[in-house]
Design a protein around this ligand. Structure first.
Ligand code: MN
Length: 278
């Protein structure tokens, strides 16, 4: 590898199955990327590349070979089958095809010792694929939970998290309180072996996990940093303390949320360091 060349990040795609009544690409399967994630990573200095799902899933390892790290994108629910449950409601049955595709990507990245960043669903599939469990639905399974998803406010919905000292995330944002967006109805219930929770919401929901050692660099955040504006965006203010411990309903102050760019920049720097060290 050439030190100094841009970090190449492979992004997992969302999948749209063949739909005979869809006007665009009628009846054809689609693999898509969410534009803000690509732009946020490119804006932080990396070269993002979408990794399409291939009929031969074993060939995904060849795609992983040409990128420096894997980014698991946000999107649909993880199928409860991945963590040994059946769907409690049909609408929580998730996307088994995407699970299979991303599990191949995860296995290939692990085998190659390449870092993984999971965003929202990405944090969930990373945990579930490696042996952890999820809540199928926070609102019905966690008593007293905050509102972690709201259709109307969408990525303006926010709450605080407490970041563990001595974590990679604390190196980015400092330990203690941070306000992030929240657009999820599933969450990590039990951690996969080797992972630790490094950010927790006031209701106890795990909002970030890490497994970082000499061999692996695995990081997942339950929020969408790509939807949090950067420091030079007039909507953003740097983190201030103290933040309120509990968020009341309707408390969606965009101006007090953390910017996402420092997290991407720190991840990209960590990827470059590991790549160039090998
Ligand atoms: Mn949340």
């Amino acid at each position: 590898m050439t030190p100094g060349r841009p970090v190449v990040l492979g992004l997992s795609c969302g999948l749209l199955p063949p739909d005979p009544i869809r006007p665009l690409f009628k009846g054809k399967p689609l693999a898509y990327g969410e534009g803000n994630l690509s732009d946020a990573l490119a804006g932080s200095g990396a070269l993002p590349m979408l990794l399409p799902k291939l009929a031969d899933l074993d060939r995904l390892a060849e795609l992983i070979d040409v990128v420096d790290a894997l980014v698991l994108s946000g999107g649909t629910d993880v199928s409860p089958e991945v963590y040994g449950e059946v769907a409690l409601r049909p609408e929580w049955s998730g996307d088994p095809e995407r699970d299979r595709y991303e599990r191949h990507l995860i296995a290939a990245a692990l085998a190659a010792g390449k870092p993984i960043l999971g965003v929202c669903r990405g944090a969930q599939i990373l945990n579930a694929a490696l042996g952890g469990g999820l809540y199928q639905d926070i609102a019905t399974q966690v008593e007293g939970a905050l509102r972690h998803r709201d259709w109307d406010s969408y990525d303006d919905n926010s709450h605080t998290v407490t970041i563990d000292a001595d974590s990679f995330l604390a190196g980015v944002y400092g330990p203690g309180a941070l306000r992030i967006n929240s657009v999820h109805h599933q969450a990590i219930r039990s951690l996969a072996p080797g992972f630790r929770a490094v950010a927790t919401a006031p209701d106890g929901i795990i909002e970030a996990l890490e497994r970082i050692d000499d061999a692996q660099f695995l990081l997942g955040v339950q929020w969408h940093p790509e939807w949090l504006p950067s420091l030079d965006d007039p909507r953003t203010e740097p983190r201030r303390e103290p933040l309120p411990e509990l968020v009341t309903e309707g408390d969606t102050h965009t101006r007090s949320r953390a910017p996402g760019a420092p997290l991407f920049a720190a991840f990209i720097a960590a990827v470059a360091k590991r790549r160039d060290f090998k």
